[in-house]
Design a protein around this ligand. Structure first.
Ligand code: GDP
Length: 444
């Protein structure tokens, strides 16, 4: 497996060298490209500006991984920041007394009615909820019919149509029916307009006041790009939304609307509409949308692979050293701690160190956790080079100095040295196994 990876990255590794830290010029050059990509993806200009400045501040000075260019490194940083800004997908909030009212709002044609049925179907099938749907759209004659048909298709109940009722009256009747007939959730599909108007906002606000929804979801069409931002801002200011459902993500829109809406309203994007079919509803995954917005997925995966490979390289270096029978010193321990921290756990590292499976449990006993790891790294970096090579030199006075230098205590320094002894002992065991030929296994 390692062979394949090396092969793929072969050309790049020919030019292996440390590139040092990202300079302001590196970052500016790459961010020019990013700016264009974001604007093309329909991210609103103020959001682009704010985002680019934020990334610039974070990127300058970061270490560039070997085997990739500074530009590629910046793209990866941009990607990670995009993911962070887009926020995690959240579930629909059902934390309220049954029947839980969910209010669906948005412009006409955004996919509101379809999405109402999609959510109802999901709640019914996945969460085993008893759902009642009601259309409050009394303007479009066919709207209530449309929901009824969708209800029949999905096997979800709809509120019987009573002509002449206004939206608030229908909403109240829906909640009453829900309560009386033991529904868990009542979905209220409000009327839309072709554009934002005061009357629509007042109507939706009146329904909200009458029903106190647990969730007010804005349904917005990804294809409308920047307009979606205006719509989201208006609904959020006038009605107060709790989340966003972005539709037509199956189309070729790049998804910049998602970033703008999230940034401007601060409300989470909860679900994505992925087609006309009634089950085409997906949870929101920020990394997928980030990839789409940036349109530079290849670069991102290249950097991820390079990072993975470097971790492997470090582990291999240590393994080779052990194999040659050289001793395990505190520099090796520091390098291991760094990797452990990067990989978020002991198990990842053990997977990389051949022959170590046999002593897995002993390593577990060493009980190394994340916060401790950082302090331990600080302790080792407060030692002199000589001390790291020859830990036996570290006597009482040196321990005091190291503790002061690393902002830790002598007890912690003692503990680290003890742990080092344990690890060295275990490495010796690995070496013994290695001499029996096990070490080579897995390195090939
Ligand atoms: P409403 O006026 O907001 O209630 O919009 P509708 O639910 O009636 O949807 C308008 C049109 O958009 C219908 O033809 C839907 O099938 C279609 N639609 C809704 N959601 C999606 C989606 O996620 N992807 C695609 N491709 N079409 C959708």
């Amino acid at each position: 497996m390692f062979d394949g990876l090396t092969g793929r990255l072969g050309d790049i590794f020919d030019k292996l060298r440390r590139r040092g830290a990202l300079s302001e010029e590196d970052v500016n050059a790459a961010l020019r490209e990013v700016r264009v990509a974001l604007l093309e993806a329909d991210v609103a200009l103020p959001v682009v500006k704010q985002f680019v400045n934020q990334v610039k501040e974070r990127a300058i000075g970061q270490e560039v991984l070997r085997s990739i260019t500074p530009g590629q490194q910046v793209i990866k940083i941009v990607h990670d920041n995009l993911v962070e800004m887009l926020g995690q997908g959240e579930e629909i909030n059902l934390n309220a007394a049954a029947p839980v009212p969910i209010l669906m709002v948005g412009l006409q044609g955004s996919g509101k009615t379809t999405s109402t049925a999609k959510i109802a179907l999901r709640l019914k099938n996945r969460d085993r909820k008893k759902v009642l749907m009601a259309s409050l759209d009394v303007r479009r004659p066919a709207a209530q019919e449309q929901l009824k048909v969708l209800g029949e298709q999905t096997g979800v109940a709809t509120l019987p149509i009573v002509p002449g009722q206004d939206p608030v009256a229908i909403a109240r009747r829906a909640i009453e029916t829900g309560r009386r007939e033991g529904y868990d959730v009542v979905m209220l599909d409000t009327a839309g307009r072709l554009s934002i108007d005061e009357e629509l906002m007042a109507e939706v606000a009146a329904v909200r006041d009458a029903t106190k929804p647990a969730e007010t979801l804005l349904v917005a069409d990804a294809m409308t790009g920047q307009d979606a931002v205006t719509v989201a801002t208006n609904f959020n200011d006038k009605v107060g939304i709790t989340g966003i459902l972005l539709t037509r993500v199956d189309g070729d829109a790049r998804g910049g609307a998602a970033l703008s809406m999230r940034q401007i309203t601060g409300k989470p994007i909860k679900l994505l509409g992925m087609g006309e079919k009634i089950d085409a509803l997906e949870a929101f995954h920020p990394d997928r949308i980030a990839g789409r917005i940036l349109g530079m997925g290849d670069v991102v995966s290249l950097v991820e692979k390079a990072a993975e490979t470097i971790d492997k390289e470090e582990a291999e270096k240590l393994a080779r050293k052990m194999e040659k029978g050289q001793g395990f010193d505190l520099d090796d321990m520091a390098s291991q701690l760094k990797q452990l921290r990067k990989m978020g756990g002991m198990s990842g590292l053990m997977g990389m160190l051949p022959g170590i499976g046999k002593i897995k449990n002993q390593l577990k006993d060493a009980n190394i956790d994340d916060g401790v790891i950082k302090r331990q790294e600080a302790i080792i970096s407060s030692m002199t080079k000589k001390e790291r090579k020859h830990p036996e030199l570290i006597k009482a006075s040196r321990r005091k100095r190291i503790a002061a230098g690393s902002g830790t205590s002598v007890q912690e320094v003692n503990k680290l040295l003890k742990q080092y002894d344990t690890m060295r002992g275990m490495m010796k065991q690995v070496q013994k196994l290695g001499q029996k030929g096990l070490m080579r296994h897995g390195l090939q």
